[in-house]
Design a binder for this molecule. Sequence first.
Ligand SMILES: [Fe+2]
Ligand SMILES: [Fe+2]
Length: 474
Amino acid sequence: MAIDYAEKIPNNVHLADDRKLQRALEHWQPHFLDWWKDLGPEGFQERDVYLRTATSVDAKGWATYGHVKMPDYRWGIFLADPTPDRRIGFGDHMGEPAWQEVPGEHRATLRRLIVTQGDTEPASVEQQRRLGQSCPSLYDLRNLFQVNVEEGRHLWAMVYLLHAHFGRDGREEAEELLARHSGDVNNPRILGTFNEPIDDWLSFFCFTYFTDRDGKYQLLSLAESGFDPLSRTCRFMLTEEAHHMFVGETGLGRVVQRACEVMNELGTDDPLKVRAAGAIDLPTIQKYVNFWFSSAIDLFGAESSSNAANYFAAGLKGRPDEESFEDHLCTDATFALEQPREDGLGVLTEEIPMRNAMNAVTRNAYIKDCGIGVVRWNRAIRKAGIDFEIKLPSERFRRNIGVWAGFHFDPDGKPHSQTEWDEKLYDWVPSHEDREFVKSLMVQVVEPGKMAGWIAPPPRGINNQPVDYDYVRL
Ligand SMILES: [Fe+2]
Ligand SMILES: [Fe+2]
């Protein structure tokens, strides 16, 4: 599909043919830009950044690279090409033609799904807005901004759907997406985790590895939606999302690698000596993994959920890669749900209707995906001759939502009393001192090619540029 670059808003949705919609978006655009300037990356708005910009949905080449000032970034609206004669692939409407317009009976639910997804996009930009002040390299600074501008584009993607398909209340919701702010006591972002600032880079890498990956799985579920414009929007967003996961996986991998190098240079596995040498010790990295993983799996919601069952039945939200399942109706199937015994000291299994278990099914796929990077990090640790293994904690650990919430299970999945829990918690998640230590390392490095002492350089640069390329011109 051709894109009209002459328009104010790059798009492949024939915006020029719909004057009313175009005007609505052109009205929203300056509000978006004001938001970006106020709450986007702090201190770098006037700098040239080497950014990827989506210009089409062609699998062979959908983006261009070049230096651009972030407020001039071409945030566009791109939907994946339509699948001819697409049918709803699951639930009670299975086999019916996919909806091109919102069905009246699902209007409120779809709007809520789109608004909730849309709200996380600007939220993450707000959470990360101060990280530029402490970047470990220009390469990493550029990757941060790439993630940020693309989260901005994902907001555009959701706002387009609201404007194009939800009339007046859609336009109001689009304004609200710019009015709520991460951490604002009076008007916070919808999901709790998106109200915590991210002020160190180890947390940023954990966020892009674990929380962005939750986003990937939400998008995969919505890509199955019977509401075709939502499906097509999400399919294209997933293309960009892959880079966000890459930033997390390689970022954490480079922190691990640096820890191993320092351990071998000093001939020690003493975490205090590693810290004294200016690197982040492996046990501390494990604590951050425990913290972020357990927060991220809460985002999938309760394991047994009537909302999830309703979304599935209605054809609004499927399972990631729905095609890979045999049974798309799930009217008779059950799911073996592990849960704590009432006394919290043991575990039992209950069969629940499969439709109610859709959150658990999606979360299990997510957990498997999280394991891929962990295997790679452990391979690097072994290769360095070090006896340490990074592990994802048990899904029972530190949960605030679902069947495990309110109980005390450790990262190995073993139950504990309240007293033991209180005593041991900071053996498992970062303590105040751990966080202060990590923060003490966060000193800005902006000389091309140079890296902060706590992170190894990447093996290669972005888009075939060298590692010491001037990714951000200061
Ligand atoms: Fe996103
Ligand atoms: Fe993302």
